[in-house]
Ligand binder design. Structure first.
Ligand code: NAD
Ligand code: UGA
Length: 458
């Protein structure tokens, strides 16, 4: 079959895999190939056990794989044979040298640019799918034009806004698709090529085009705003705990103002995930680079409040359980950074587990999808840690349960049964405010939600 367009994605991760699967689903007339340097990842994409858990993804991959969706490790061939190249490699926070701890580490990104230059034999549109500091497209263009091979490269910014756990729904029905391009004839032509792809399923008014720098910056800013909301509500949760106000009631009252809106106002143990912290720190670094120190401080405080919230959760546990956790058995319900994913990158659970181990608590960790990642995250942690997929088994004999991830599964457990099997007094620290606190209290639990009055029998 002759395909209308041939699309390559470099990077088969949480973004590359689902994004390309959805393009392949929506555009059977295009051939979509995803490549990665990690052969294990590619083998998993080609197997019945995909490397990531994402609701709805398995079905789409089953439908499209080997029809018009292909996974491969042959990066050179991919570059040679495709005209449109999405780059979706990881862009973590730099851990060395200038900008360590804040700036984006662009080594994977730059390596990809050089591979594209080395293997291209015809004109390419290079699409920045990874989240990048503003002005990265310029650096990419410089690398791509560093030889006189006569090949035309156009770089466009097309940041991804999907959230894990709802990635497929977000991709199928996005709030917006953003395409930033140069305003030159070639830049606009590249932009239109990309618009054409998304127009297969996204309504025209939701495909927005900007200049390339706005495209890059908007992605960092969107994540910063979302994280800022979480830090704002978490900051107020601390005040609620001091004043007997209830954070859910406050969030409802505030969120009903249509100018504010009711989303992203759930107080929690703090935000996690691979991107919020790294993207804000990247923004902070950019502001500092341009001498905007007050602006940098403002955004940095979003991360600081997040760290404060996680530490506050630990201090609450310690203070409540009579100032010693040594030898006490604590069950962590959930290890993923949010529900409906197995991803644990930057999960508050990692911090919480390590801090509890420092206090010499014994841990039992349960999670329906993230145990493998949890084991790897804690492989160097010292102390007594057990893992089980069964929450009842996890809670048996424990002094306390800490709800760390808001899996629906935990809302509907038989807490009478759990209470009977726990050491007394039994504590629940609901770091996601998903349980029925009054009912638990009546069963005998001492209940400590986030940002709400605690319910205790002593
Ligand atoms: P990831 O770590 O899951 O995947 C990146 C993949 O790129 C890895 O499989 C890695 O092996 C591969 N890779 C690295 N260098 C390569 C190279 N030179 N050639 C081929 N493959 C290479 O990362 P992710 O979560 O998919 O994130 C990718 C980008 O998308 C990041 O910039 C991130 O900020 C952004 N983003 C992520 C999300 C999310 O929900 N995870 C959402 C929106 C945007
Ligand atoms: C986030 C953004 O929502 C996506 O738009 C963006 O594409 C993505 O980052 C990215 O660039 O990687 P994600 O991190 O997958 O998506 O998940 P979110 O739903 O945003 O949750 C992030 C964290 O905030 C989670 O730990 C979640 O539990 C926490 N959160 C969220 C709260 O604590 N309270 C809330 O009200 C909302």
């Amino acid at each position: 079959m002759e395909f209308e367009k041939k699309i390559l994605c470099i990077g088969a991760g949480y973004v590359g895999g689902p994004t390309m699967a959805v393009i392949a689903l929506m555009c059977p007339q295009y051939k979509v190939t995803v490549v990665d340097i990690n052969p294990t990842r590619i083998a998993e994409w080609n197997s019945d056990h995909l490397p990531i858990f994402e609701p709805g993804l398995d079905e789409i991959v089953k439908k499209t794989r080997d029809r018009n969706l292909f996974f491969s490790t042959d990066i050179a061939k991919g570059i040679r044979e495709n005209d449109i190249i999405f780059v979706s490699v990881n862009t973590p926070t730099k851990e060395f040298g200038i900008g360590a701890g804040q700036a984006a580490d662009l080594q994977y990104w730059e390596k990809t640019a050089r591979q594209i230059l080395e293997f291209s034999e015809s004109a390419k549109i290079v699409v920045e799918k990874s989240t990048l500091p503003v002005k990265t497209a310029e650096a990419m263009e410089r690398i791509l034009s560093s030889t006189n091979n006569g090949i035309k490269f156009d770089v466009v910014s097309n940041p991804e806004f999907l959230a894990e756990g709802t990635a497929i729904a977000d991709l199928v029905d996005p709030d917006r698709v953003l395409i930033g391009s140069r305003e030159t004839a070639n830049g606009l032509q590249a932009r239109d090529e990309l618009v054409e792809i998304y127009a297969n399923w996204v309504p025209g008014e939701r495909i927005i085009t900007t200049n390339v720098w706005s495209g890059e910056l908007s992605k960092l800013v969107a994540n910063a705003f979302l994280a800022q909301r979480v830090s704002s509500i978490n900051a107020i949760s601390a005040l609620c705990e001091k004043t007997d106000a209830d954070i859910s009631e406050v969030a409802m009252a505030v969120g009903m103002d249509s100018r504010i809106g009711d989303k992203f106002l759930n107080a929690s143990v703090g935000f996690g995930g691979s991107c919020f912290k790294k993207d804000i720190l990247n923004l902070v670094y950019l502001c500092q680079h341009y001498g905007l120190h007050e602006v940098a401080d403002y955004w940095e405080s979003v991360v600081k409040i997040n760290e404060y919230q996680q530490e506050r959760f630990i201090l609450n546990m310690l203070g409540t359980m009579f100032n010693t956790l040594s030898g006490k058995r604590i069950a962590l319900f959930g290890f993923a950074f949010k529900a409906n994913t197995g991803d644990t990158r930057e999960s508050p659970a990692i911090f919480i587990a390590k801090r509890l181990l420092e206090e010499k608590a014994e841990l039992v960790i349960t999670d329906p999808k993230a145990l493998k990642n949890a084991m790897s995250d804690l492989q160097d942690a010292r102390g007594n840690v057990n893992y089980t997929a069964d929450p009842y088994e996890a809670a048996a004999g424990c002094h306390a349960i800490a709800i760390v991830t808001e899996w629906d599964l935990y809302r509907n457990l038989d807490f009478e049964k759990i209470y009977r099997a726990m050491a007394k007094p039994a504590f629940i620290f609901d770091g996601r405010n998903i349980l029925e606190h009054k009912r638990l209290f009546e069963m005998g639990f001492n209940v400590f939600p986030v940002g709400k009055p605690s319910l205790k029998h002593f």
